[in-house]
Write a protein that binds this ligand. Structure first.
Ligand SMILES: NC(=O)c1ccc[n+]([C@@H]2O[C@H](COP(=O)([O-])OP(=O)(O)OC[C@H]3O[C@@H](n4cnc5c(N)ncnc54)[C@H](O)[C@@H]3O)[C@@H](O)[C@H]2O)c1
Length: 441
């Protein structure tokens, strides 16, 4: 659905009105197009003394053809904070960011890298590293003009696994992701031969792919080289076929809640492809009512589609060894699962459950090199949000650092980063695709 306010704010007269009245000013976000350079302006990489990441970051960015420098306008600011071992050392952040608060070009990127507090040697270091969250999230709210800011915690020893995440965060693919804390651990990483097609040779299943976010996920994974199996209910067969034809993928008409769905899906993957590399659990429904007015069917349907069916399918595919080593499971949660939402006890419960699933399964599947992560979308422009009452829809669009709704492609790009063979160190993460929404922040 068109964001008429954003169109107005971008017009000649609109710009003046927005400025004079101090209204929200949604910037135009730079989004990824194939062939686009990773970053279009120099990136400044610096860090506190004795950090372990500034040098590897400079090396990998140079190898990726990204110009490094300190001349505004900059495409990105990367600060290695791993050398900060106590609270007095945090001054290095001020010294770096204060003179550069206006140095970024529109849609510029800020990435702060640290050590996970739980991996620090002592409480002082853990305290200082935890403090990085406050800085990063505040910069996401301050810099404006489409800038985003993230914190990447890199476990000691996992330095070699940061490229895929750094590429995602610095590029236009992460247009609607801001204020996030991402953990990169020691998983096995296979750098793709071609970063433009990291999923070449991989088979990806996308549920709920007939429309909305699922269709965008199917398109982006196919663009990145995957053979995509687009799954949806039989009633959505026609639009499912359109999505699949467009990307030269396959369709699988299946109601995920049917008793035999896990077995039928497993058989399909086994006989056609000998297994699967990427499983994206995107299918989801809402049946909103406050809990006092909710009939049991609304509760049961939402929990079954959004959570229990995912568990049954994961179990079947994992137990039968059909998710290949290096595999990726990605769930689609929601900020409602983090913040809660009036009228959505069933939905928020199911989505919080998806977060629980990710966190509890990730360590269990680590020894098979299978990662499990989730995205938590905020307000995304889809049919689901187009149905919201006007006031609620406008609030959803504006109450975030980017003052606009996201697009299905923004969720899809984040999933493609999780799915990349280069993201083996990224597991157990829940990344919000919400423009740094105030809800649940
Ligand atoms: N749109 C948003 O702003 C937003 C925000 C947060 C989370 N999400 C989540 O993102 C996902 C996609 O959302 P959307 O807005 O594209 O929704 P949508 O309703 O447009 O698409 C969902 C798809 O899932 C399919 N589906 C539903 N039940 C199924 C079943 N039993 N078996 C197989 N397929 C089934 C539907 O047929 C549909 O094609 C959902 O999980 C949703 O909860 C969306």
């Amino acid at each position: 659905m068109a964001d008429r306010y954003a169109s107005f704010a971008h017009s000649g007269i609109g710009k003046a009105v927005v400025k004079r009245l101090g209204l929200p000013n949604p910037p135009r976000l730079r989004r990824y197009r194939p062939g686009q350079p990773l970053v279009e302006a120099p990136v400044l990489v610096d860090g506190a003394p004795h950090g372990r990441l500034a040098d590897p970051v400079r090396e990998l960015l140079t190898a990726a053809g990204v110009p490094l420098g300190d001349e505004a306008p900059l495409g990105g600011l990367v600060f290695d904070a791993t050398g900060i071992v106590d609270s007095t050392g945090l001054r290095a952040l001020y010294d770096f960011f204060h003179p550069r608060a206006r140095a970024l070009r529109p849609s510029g990127r800020v990435v702060v890298l640290g050590t996970p507090p739980e991996s620090c040697e002592n409480p002082r270091e853990a305290t200082a590293q935890r403090a990085l969250e406050g800085l990063t999230r505040s910069i996401g709210k301050e810099f404006g003009r489409g800038a985003t800011a993230q914190l990447g915690y890199v476990t000691p020893g996992a330095e070699a696994g940061i490229e895929s995440t750094l590429r995602f965060l610095l590029s236009a693919r992460s247009a609607y992701v801001s204020g996030q804390v991402i953990r990169i651990g020691p998983g096995e990483v296979t750098p793709p031969e071609d970063w433009e097609r990291p999923l070449a040779g991989r088979v990806a299943l996308v549920t709920g792919a007939a429309r909305g976010i699922g269709a965008a996920i199917a398109q982006v994974l196919a663009r990145d080289g995957a053979r995509v199996i687009a799954l949806d209910v039989p009633a959505a067969g026609e639009s499912l076929a359109e999505v699949a034809n467009d990307i030269k993928g396959e369709t699988l008409q299946l109601d995920l809640t049917a008793g035999d769905a896990p077995a039928r899906l497993a058989e399909y993957l086994r006989t056609r492809h000998g297994g699967v590399d990427v499983v994206v659990h995107n299918a989801g429904i809402t049946r909103d009512k406050t809990i006092g007015r909710m009939d049991p069917d609304r509760w049961d349907r939402v929990l079954d589609v959004n959570l229990s069916s995912q568990e049954r399918i994961n179990d079947e595919l994992v137990d039968r060894g059909l998710i290949r080593t290096g595999g990726r499971i990605v769930g689609v949660a929601s900020i409602a699962g983090i913040a809660g939402n009036r009228g959505q006890t069933n939905y928020a419960t199911s989505k919080a459950g998806v977060i629980g699933l990710v966190r509890s399964m990730a360590p269990l599947l680590a020894d098979r090199n299978i990662t499990v992560n989730a995205v938590a979308p905020g307000f995304i422009e889809t049919r689901m949000t187009a149905k919201m009452p006007l006031a609620l829809r406008e609030a959803g669009r504006r109450m975030n650092s980017l003052a606009q709704g996201g697009r299905p492609v923004d969720v899809a790009e984040t999933i493609a980063w999780f799915a990349s063979p280069g993201s083996g160190g990224v597991t157990g993460n829940v990344v919000r695709v919400c423009g740094q929404s105030l809800l649940g922040a």
